[in-house]
Design a protein. Structure first.
Length: 285
């Protein structure tokens, strides 16, 4: 399918910006937050939003029985925070009817693996039982948390997951450049996240290489057609299904990596969040 016209216009505008590869770490982090504010649109209102230390809770309803969904933001393990995905979490809370809890996990390189994973597991331990969700690097944390805490996690939503540190599948070549975040951008994130000497195929780093996939929480896996991470997400979904888990997988045609926060300019982003919300309502967790 052709690239979505609104995403195409966004990419054309991005040509006037310095490439990600030219940015310092601080510039990378600042740009991610500024981009979310510029392209996310007006933040929708909720019943209540509450900051709780490293967590921000989004309450779409006053019903105390509403399910809880932990959300881990993307950013290649090196960027992103509560602000970069604020509108995403607001929209997801309204679409799903769930209390969404955004997790401000520690970032590399100041805090390499396993710091972010430890923060993810601590969040599950605090809010269990819970669903987990995330995009890109955040989907990595959601997938590993679902495996490590499979008795406490009831469902997992993995949005264009970054789950193969070897970057060895074909989509990394097919969409290496020109379609938003590149394969080299992903390499930078992995290099900052993985400590020297660690095995990039460690399942807690690269869930794609996990062998123990039986009896995992039900999963919704979303990939983007024009994304270097597309193949690893779809291969992981296949592995989950082959292990006997309930899996729904959707390839979002016409989309690129990182399109979810573009809700102010991209109807496809808004539609996708609504569809994820519908899945969570059907999951009845």
């Amino acid at each position: 399918m052709p690239l979505d016209s609104e995403i195409s216009a966004y990419l054309e505008e991005q040509k006037s910006q310095p490439p990600r590869s030219a940015l310092t770490l601080e510039q990378t982090r600042t740009r991610m937050v500024e981009s979310a504010r510029r392209y996310g649109g007006d933040p929708p209102e909720l019943v209540r939003i509450q900051n709780n230390g490293r967590y921000r809770e989004y309450h779409p309803t006053s019903d105390p029985a509403a399910p809880t969904l932990l959300y881990f933001h993307g950013g290649r393990f090196i960027s992103g925070n509560l602000e970069s995905h604020d509108i995403v979490c607001r929209r997801l809370a309204l679409a799903s009817g769930s209390r969404v809890v955004a997790v401000d996990y520690r970032l590399a390189p100041e805090h390499p693996f396993p710091a972010a994973l430890e923060d993810a597991l601590a969040a599950v331990d605090q809010y269990k039982p819970t669903g987990v969700a995330g995009d890109s690097a955040g989907a990595n944390l959601a997938a590993v948390a679902a495996a490590e805490r499979r008795q406490s996690v009831v469902c997992q939503v993995l949005i264009y997951p970054m789950i193969d540190a070897t970057r060895g599948l074909a989509s990394h070549q097919e969409f290496a450049t020109g379609w938003g975040p590149s394969s080299d951008d992903m390499r930078r994130g992995w290099e900052e996240y993985i400590p020297h000497g660690a095995d990039p195929r460690d399942p807690r780093i690269s869930p794609l290489f996990a062998s123990d996939l039986e009896n995992l929480p039900r999963a919704y896996v979303l990939t983007a057609e024009y994304d270097c991470l597309r193949d690893e997400g779809e291969q992981y979904a296949d592995a989950l299904a082959s292990a006997g888990n309930r899996v729904e997988v959707t390839r979002r045609l016409g989309a690129i990596h990182g399109f979810i926060p573009l809700t102010g300019i991209c109807g496809l982003a808004r539609q996708t969040i609504d569809e994820i919300g519908g899945y969570l309502r059907r999951a009845n967790f």
